[in-house]
Write a protein that binds this ligand. Structure first.
Ligand code: TMP
Length: 205
């Protein structure tokens, strides 16, 4: 088990309210119980630069922000996260669990924001040292269930409305169809069931 997960890069992703932060914590705890040396990061964020970029992205005052600006800022935060945290951890044989990654830019800016998923992937291929993780687990959830899990104070991305967020969900599912390193888990189930399905997906690494 320890060896199997050495230098593995695992991403949990999905629509707002899918519960991925909770599932990332549970997955990390499970890996630690099996003596896996694991670190968990969030994208955008984690680094000092990334957390500042995150604040700019999520501030509701920035409602004028264009999709291309979003795309560039998410990619910039991710490049920094890779350089400062992920690459050194993988080099150190650690298992890295990420709360969101490129799959989010594909679903949000690429699909819902209509920039185009293929164009997002092309930009990521040029600007990131490694665009794709070893495995991506998409926590799929319907809009109604997801809305019950959000904080009352919505950030700028969460405020984009039902039509946008339905497209985000469709975008994640469309991307998962195209990639055989993606697994979709039903995140509307209870926390423990979702955790068990995430473990199963990750065990296939
Ligand atoms: P979080 O609150 O789940 O950490 O994610 C921050 C918000 O940013 C969330 O609404 C999803 C959005 N997002 C994008 O639109 N594109 C991206 O590339 C990423 C990583 C997140």
């Amino acid at each position: 088990m320890e060896n199997k997960f050495a230098s593995k890069f695992i991403v949990l992703d999905g629509p707002d309210g899918c519960g991925k932060s909770t599932q990332a914590e549970l997955l990390t705890a499970w890996l630690e119980q099996h003596n896996v040396d694991v670190v968990t990061f969030r994208d955008p964020g984690t680094t000092a630069i990334g957390e500042k970029i995150r604040q700019i992205l999520l501030n509701p005052e920035h409602h004028a922000m264009d999709t291309r600006t979003e795309l560039s800022l998410y990619m910039a935060a991710r490049a920094q996260l890779w350089a400062e945290k992920i690459a050194p951890a993988l080099k150190d044989n650690k298992c890295v669990v990420l709360d969101r990654w490129l799959s989010s830019t594909c679903a949000y800016q690429g699909y819902a924001g209509q920039f185009g998923m293929d164009k997002v992937i092309a930009i990521a291929t040029d600007s990131l040292e490694r665009p794709w993780p070893d495995i991506t687990v998409i926590l799929d959830i319907d809009l109604q269930t997801a809305s019950t899990r959000l904080n009352q104070q919505l950030d700028r991305m969460e405020q984009k409305g039902d039509n946008y967020h339905q497209k985000v969900r469709d975008g994640f599912l469309a991307l998962a169809e195209k990639r055989d390193d993606f697994t979709v888990v039903n995140a509307a189930d209870d926390i423990q069931t979702v955790h068990e399905n995430v473990m199963k997906a990750v065990e296939n690494i």
